[in-house]
Each structure stands twice: as structure tokens, then as C-alpha cells.
Design a protein around this ligand. Structure first.
Ligand SMILES: [Zn+2]
Length: 139
């Protein structure tokens, strides 16, 4: 534990205090945590939105009904994940990880450049989902 100055009233307080005992001002550490969490969440939301858009595009353009159905269903799962992450729900990060693993396996089976691209995107989602889950578990 270190003694620091309150950023509002400048009186001495513990660095572990979430708010100043003198004036009640919220302290740096709490603000910093929210910022870090924000960056992960924003990237995760951006990737999920991108995948929703991609899958909706495929749903409209693909040839067979099976492909359309698959991409449509996937878009719905990504949309559910998106709203869950947006509302800071723990289950959403688990859903992102589980679904990205399934999608990664499918990408490995299908192979090729599109498979590789999807695989990289899935690995990013798994990593971000894990970081998001860790952040939510802390707070
Ligand atoms: Zn203070």
C-alpha cells in the first residue's frame, strides 16, 4: 500500500482506496480499469459488427439454401454476442469464445484463403473474449 494524494482535494489517501475518504472523489485506479476494459470491449464489438455484416452479406449472395441458412444463423449468434458484450454480460464473452472455437474448426476443415482469414478472425475473437471475461470477473 502506498500513500498518494487525492486528485480532487490533494489530501493523503491510500492508493487502494476506490474513492477519497475526505471528499468522496473517485480515484485514478478505478478510472484506469474502466479505460482498459473499454478498449477490449470496443475492439470486440467492432469485430462482432464486422462479422455480422459479412455474414448478412453472404446470406444474401450465396447460392444454396443450406449456406444461406448457416450464415444467417451465424449472424444471429454474432448479434446475440454483440448485445451481450455491449451490456457487459459475462455469458456473452463465453458465447464468443465457444462459438469462435466452433467456427475455427469449420474454417480449418474448409481450408483455403477464406478459411485462413476466418481462422485469424476467430483466434482474435477467442483472445478478446478471454480478456473480456477476465476483465468482467475482476470487476
Ligand atoms: Zn479527496
Amino acid at each position: 500500500m502506498v500513500i498518494i494524494s487525492c486528485k480532487e482535494c490533494r489530501r493523503k489517501i491510500s492508493d487502494t482506496a476506490e474513492s477519497c475518504p475526505h471528499c468522496g472523489a473517485r480515484q485514478k485506479e478505478a478510472t484506469k480499469k474502466v479505460k482498459e476494459y473499454g478498449a477490449i470491449t470496443i475492439i470486440l464489438i467492432a469485430i462482432l459488427l464486422l462479422r455480422i455484416a459479412m455474414n448478412l452479406f453472404f446470406t444474401v449472395t450465396l447460392q444454396t439454401d443450406l449456406e444461406r441458412w448457416l450464415y444467417g444463423a451465424t449472424a444471429i449468434i454474432y448479434a446475440i454476442s454483440f448485445f451481450g458484450v455491449f451490456l457487459k454480460q459475462k455469458w456473452a464473452s463465453i458465447l464468443v469464445i465457444v462459438f469462435a472455437i466452433i467456427d475455427l474448426i469449420l474454417a480449418l476443415i474448409s481450408g483455403g484463403w477464406s478459411g485462413l482469414g476466418a481462422g485469424v478472425a476467430d483466434l482474435t475473437l477467442i483472445l478478446l473474449g478471454y480478456l473480456e471475461y477476465k476483465q468482467l470477473s475482476k470487476g
